[in-house]
Write a protein that binds this ligand. Structure first.
Ligand SMILES: *Cc1c(COP(=O)(O)O)cnc(C)c1O
Length: 433
């Protein structure tokens, strides 16, 4: 799969020249490759073909309706974390009965909405929530389908802000208490036990923690299978992707190796490795398996296009000031994360310099790279912040009263606007003096 590569001197997404897209819709601009998303979905599906499984895409990674629609037409279900995400799935034409509803703080309105829409399962994160869902279901004379989210207490070796499977995290119910909470759930008249769920974190780049977590919950699941009519075990998401490659140096294709999550990977985790680690223990359970990948499907399928506004040389540093800011892509500021920065015009010399790439927002945390060696950039140049398809636009804000960027979806030779850029009027909509 070659989704982002130089062709005729310009960076292309599939068959589309990114300079053309930026000229048509302006910058900052998110551009997604439908082909890459579908490729990832299909490869994961096919790696698990020997297992009774369903992929429930984690909507929070990128919730644009066009992407939800693309995935639902492939047969995907959805993992949602709010009433708003359920609304989006329905707006995209999705089936609520393929939706699992996660999150530690579901509101009454959200629970009622999800019950009315008949979601597949509420993934319950506390005893208080279990009792609350039971009460609301009773008022509607319904039985709420549930899975308990168990916390297996494994260290996924990921950033502490995206680790969720440790006992000190706010997520899930401790494994050693889970059996007892299932017994309680069984006694609640308006609760129907459907499954077991876990999710140990995000951007996990080693298969071992996934296998370890499954091993830790196996005894519980076998015991629960004896007691209840379990329908599924959801292993969550969290599969990491490669953010750093040798693309910028021109020595590597973004997507050259067939079975790699990304091409010039220095990290060991591939879809194949992931499947090889989880398949044997999951097959032994004899239960339908749900998977909730978010980042894996969309992360490397998107870029944020930005234009260089000014070059500012100070006594200490050279700053490349671009028109995208932390309000458009907050990952570097929030998680110290790395995004490769690639010029849209293929560089014709190898002149490189040490720069900071910063946005226009009034915060010192508003940077995309610090002291990074990049191809020399000039005012007006276009650059792509790579791997911005997951946790990019969805975390964008209007901070500094900056309108939200537009989003474009590329399919082969064609591209279409899937969300228009916000206007100034959008900024004050709903406010009054
Ligand atoms: C965020 C989340 C996911 C997806 O995580 P990725 O790292 O994007 O794969 C899956 N399940 C739950 C419950 C989540 O909260």
């Amino acid at each position: 799969m070659h989704s982002f590569r130089y062709h005729n001197g310009n960076l292309h997404c599939e068959g589309v020249d990114l300079e053309r897209v930026a000229e048509k819709y302006g910058t900052p601009l998110y551009v997604y490759s439908a082909g890459t998303i579908l490729d990832h979905y299909r490869r994961l599906n096919s790696a698990l073909r020997d297992l009774d499984h369903s992929i429930c895409y984690a909507v929070k990674a990128n919730s644009n309706r066009a992407i939800l629609n693309l995935l639902l037409r492939e047969g995907a279900g959805f993992d949602i974390v709010s009433g708003g995400e359920l609304f989006r799935v329905l707006a995209a034409g999705g089936d609520p009965q393929k939706c699992t509803f996660a999150g530690v703080g579901k509101s009454q309105d959200e629970i009622e909405y999800a019950l009315d829409q008949r979601v597949l399962s509420f993934n319950v994160e506390s005893e208080a929530e279990l009792a609350y869902i039971d009460r609301i279901a009773r008022s509607k004379d319904l039985r709420a389908p549930i899975a308990l989210r168990v916390n297996p207490d494994v260290d996924a070796g990921t950033h502490r802000y995206v680790s969720t499977g440790r006992s000190e995290n706010k997520f899930g119910i401790a494994l050693d208490r889970a059996a007892e909470v299932y017994e309680r759930a069984a006694r609640l008249p308006n609760i129907a036990i459907r499954g077991v769920q876990m999710h140990i974190g995000s951007q996990i780049t080693d298969a071992a923690p996934f296998a370890e977590a499954i091993a830790k919950v196996t005894a519980l699941i076998l015991q629960l299978k004896e007691q209840f009519a379990l329908d599924f075990f959801s292993v969550g998401g969290g599969i990491g992707i490669v953010y750093e490659s040798s693309f910028a140096s021109g020595s590597g294709d973004w997507w050259s190796e067939k079975d790699r999550i990304t091409a010039t990977s220095t990290l060991p985790l591939t879809i194949h490795d992931y499947a090889a680690a989880i398949l044997p223990p999951l097959r032994a359970l004899g239960l339908r398996v749900l998977l909730e990948p978010g980042r894996l499907l969309v992360g490397n399928a998107g870029v944020l296009l930005t234009r260089v506004r000014y070059i500012k040389q100070t006594e200490h540093k050279k700053f490349v000031i671009v028109d995208a800011g932390m309000n458009d892509l907050i990952r570097p500021a929030l998680y110290q994360s790395y995004h490769e920065i690639v010029p849209v015009r293929e560089p014709d010399d190898s002149a490189r310099e040490l720069v900071d790439v910063v946005g226009p927002v009034c915060e010192s945390g508003d940077f995309f790279a610090q002291d990074r060696e990049l191809t020399k950039m000039h005012e007006g140049d276009l650059a792509a912040l790579m791997s911005a398809g997951a946790y990019g636009f969805v975390m964008a804000s209007n901070y500094n009263s900056r309108p939200l960027p537009a989003e474009v979806l590329v399919q082969g030779e064609s591209f279409s606007l899937v969300r228009r850029r916000q206007t100034m009027e959008d900024l004050v909509r709903g406010e009054c003096n």
